[in-house]
Design a protein around this ligand. Structure first.
Ligand code: S3P
Length: 173
C-alpha cells in the first residue's frame, strides 16, 4: 500500500505521515528530506542557488523514484501535486490524501517557521494572510483531485485507517 499525503505548507503532512506509517506498520518518507539528503543541500539553499524551476524538476525526479517503493507513506512538499504530472502519477500509483487547511490555520502554523520555507519568505508584511489565500487558490484544483480529503486540523488515525481501507478497495491501481 502506497499513500501520498498532500496539501499546502503547514498542513501537517510530515507529522501525520509519521503517525500513519506507524499505525499501518509500513515505512515513511518525507520527499523534501529525501531531496536534501540526495543533493546535500537544504531546500531554502536549493531555491537560492538553483531557483524554483530546477527544484520542481528534482522534486519530480525523486517522486518518480519513490513511486517504485511498494509499501510506504510519502509526505510530499506543498507544491508537488501542482507541477509536472505529479498529481496524476500519485493518483495512479497509490492513494492520495489531501490535508485540507484554511489559510488562517496555515498562517498560525507556518508564521513562526517562515525562514524554513523559501516561498513563504516572500510573503512578508501585514497582508500575509491575503498572500496565502492568493497563493493557495490555483493549487486547490490539484489538491482536490485526491482520493481522500480530510480536515488537517485534528486528524484521527483510526478514522483515517478506515477511510484508507475503504478507498483502497475501490482503487484499481
Ligand atoms: C513548497 C513547500 C515546501 C517545500 C518547498 C516548496 C511549496 O514543503 O517543498 O519549500 O511549493 O509549497 P512543505 O509543504 O513541507 O513545507
Amino acid at each position: 500500500m502506497k499513500i501520498y499525503l498532500i496539501g499546502y505548507m503547514g498542513s501537517g503532512k510530515s507529522t501525520l505521515g509519521k503517525r500513519l506509517a506507524k499505525a499501518l506498520g509500513i515505512s515513511w518518507i518525507d520527499l523534501d528530506t529525501e531531496i536534501e539528503a540526495r543533493y546535500k543541500i537544504s531546500i531554502p539553499d536549493f531555491f537560492i542557488k538553483y531557483g524554483e524551476a530546477a527544484f520542481r524538476d528534482v522534486e519530480h525526479k525523486v517522486l518518480n523514484d519513490i513511486v517504485q517503493i511498494p509499501d510506504i507513506v510519502v509526505s510530499t512538499g506543498g507544491g508537488v501535486p501542482c507541477f509536472h504530472n505529479n498529481m496524476e502519477l500519485m493518483n495512479q500509483t497509490g492513494l492520495t490524501i489531501y490535508l485540507q487547511a484554511t489559510p488562517e490555520v496555515i498562517l498560525t502554523r507556518i508564521g513562526p517557521y517562515a525562514w524554513k520555507r523559501p516561498l513563504f519568505q516572500k510573503m512578508d508584511g501585514a497582508d500575509t494572510l491575503e498572500k496565502i489565500k492568493e497563493h493557495i487558490k490555483p493549487r486547490i484544483i490539484f489538491y482536490q483531485q485526491a482520493h481522500i480529503i480530510i480536515d488537517a486540523a485534528n486528524p484521527n488515525i483510526d478514522e483515517l485507517k478506515t477511510l484508507i481501507l475503504k478507498a483502497s478497495g475501490s482503487i484499481t491501481s
